[in-house]
Design a protein around this ligand. Structure first.
Ligand SMILES: Cc1cc2nc3c(=O)[nH]c(=O)nc-3n(C[C@H](O)[C@H](O)[C@H](O)COP(=O)(O)OP(=O)(O)OC[C@H]3O[C@@H](n4cnc5c(N)ncnc54)[C@H](O)[C@@H]3O)c2cc1C
Length: 435
């Protein structure tokens, strides 16, 4: 049998691609290395002493900011849940306190997060011109436009929260393409804000009643999937087909869709186009996600982020019990705490139990009223989120080179253009419609 396409990897990108193409009557096979589908998506559901805990150990929510997300979830038997209305309350940790992130312009002028001097710099920002270079780090852009304090107390915490990354290395153009476009058009972000009435990302924060894994379960039921089927090699046959050699057998196909990490992708595709090896350089920092519960302390909001200058050994935490209903017992509060990332990777060199204790110790510094931790579990990601560093264009050039020699191999992994769940769904949808 000859497949129309073989998708390598059954994370959200691969499953979405296969689902959309299968719905259009195409013969598609998904090959997954692990014994389970979902990739980064790992929902942890635990029943203990008649209590139910539901934590996400990988991605926490989908920021539904494109049409593909709604098309996908509306076509599947999943129960969508929206983040609580208080989830727009987010905090930054400063000098032992959680300070709300200003949501309105006038709140910004009152916030103790940055000094009056930094606030006054905003007036100067109005006169900034577009970047003359082809790329720039997020840190260098922010420093020029808003100053060092703004970088330390707003932007670096967000870069940790989104990419587990370092603003000094992350590319503005590829890490935050919308901001890049805006500054190209207006120079000043403030000017853009006044003209377009928004600069911040739009979209609802959603998940599913059973956690993100519910989406994966719904998708995997609709596609032709083989698990424990690591792809070892891809070869071209005489008849312009591909032979995909996996641990579960060899399959013939017209197209190959790759959704694997950068290092695996480089290894599988090197025989077709040797310069693709450059992908091996793409860095994925380690990240630890610690799930904790404590006797109720009254958490409200989305969570908080920690500026590196504040010296805590955590990047931030999400208030799980406040974000979505039915995830934490009523008499308890639940957190997902994030550690390591590119800026604190040394924390992940400790043993898992030590990382867990670090998370508990640091959370207690933020909430000294915590008397005990009840639920505690850690998930260590040796490789978490791909970093879109300055110089990222060379990876896109290599992929473009591959496309020219092999147009029937498509790479849509999360190191290509977008790594958010919504971005992965959008890419999967687009490619699924082209198969
Ligand atoms: C801890 C963490 C928190 C995150 N938080 C968020 C968040 O809150 N919101 C958000 O939008 N995004 C978040 N992200 C990013 C997002 O989760 C990922 O970018 C997204 O899940 C990637 O999906 P994917 O299908 O492209 O890749 P993956 O999920 O990595 O799937 C790739 C699949 O390929 C398989 N594979 C690898 N090699 C082979 C092979 N040789 N043969 C066959 N199969 C193979 C892997 O086993 C895996 O299942 C987070 C990521 C992490 C790690």
């Amino acid at each position: 049998m000859i497949f129309e396409a073989i998708v390598v990897g059954a994370g959200i990108t691969g499953l979405t691609t296969a689902y959309v193409a299968t719905n259009r009557g195409k013969k598609v096979l998904v090959l997954e290395k692990q014994s389970r589908a979902g990739g980064n998506i790992k929902t942890l559901k635990v029943e203990r002493d008649n209590k139910t805990f539901l934590f996400e150990e990988g991605p926490q929510t989908i920021l539904a900011n494109n049409e593909a997300v709604y098309k996908l979830i509306n076509s599947l038997p999943v129960e969508v849940v929206k983040a609580s209305p208080t989830s727009n309350k987010r905090f930054i940790y400063k000098r032992g306190k959680l300070i709300p992130i200003p949501l309105k312009p006038w709140e910004f002028f009152l916030t103790p997060l940055v000094s009056l001097k930094s606030k006054l710099l905003l007036f100067r920002e109005f006169f900034e011109k577009p970047i003359p270079t082809e790329d720039e780090s997020v840190a260098s852009f922010v420093r020029r436009h808003f100053g060092e304090e703004f970088l330390n107390y707003f932007v670096q915490p967000f870069v940790s929260g989104i990419y587990a990354g370092d603003a000094q290395k992350l590319s503005l153009r590829y890490g935050f393409p919308k901001l890049w476009e805006i500054q190209k058009r207006y120079g000043s972000l403030l000017k853009a804000f006044f003209k377009e009435k928004r600069v911040a990302p739009k979209g609802e924060l959603i998940s599913f009643r059973g956690g993100l894994i519910e989406l994966i379960r719904a998708l995997e039921r609709k596609v032709n999937l083989l698990t424990d089927a690591e792809v070892l090699k891809i070869k071209k046959t005489d008849g312009n087909l591909f032979e995909v050699i996996s641990k579960k057998g060899t399959f013939k196909t017209k197209k190959v869709i790759i959704t694997t990490d950068a290092q695996t992708t480089a290894r599988l595709l090197k025989p077709f186009y040797p310069p693709i090896e450059v992908l091996k350089e793409i860095y994925y920092p380690p990240l630890a996600v610690v799930s904790l519960s404590v006797p109720k302390i009254g958490l409200e909001g989305f969570g908080f982020l920690v500026p590196p200058k504040e010296g805590l050994k955590i990047l931030g935490a999400i208030f799980v019990s406040s974000l979505f209903e039915y995830r934490c017992p009523k008499e308890e509060d639940c957190f997902s705490v994030f550690l390591c990332g590119d800026t604190q990777k040394e924390v992940c060199q400790q043993k898992e139990e030590e990382i867990l204790l670090t998370a508990q110790r640091e959370i207690k510094k933020v909430f000294p009223q915590i008397k005990e931790f009840r639920f505690r579990k850690i998930r260590l990601w040796k490789k978490s989120i791909p970093q879109y560093w300055v110089g990222y264009q060379r990876y896109m050039n290599a992929l473009e080179g591959l496309r020219k020699v092999e147009p029937n191999i498509l790479v849509i992994s999360n190191f290509v253009e977008k790594s958010s769940l919504a971005g992965c769904i959008e890419k999967g949808f687009k490619v699924g419609e082209q198969i």
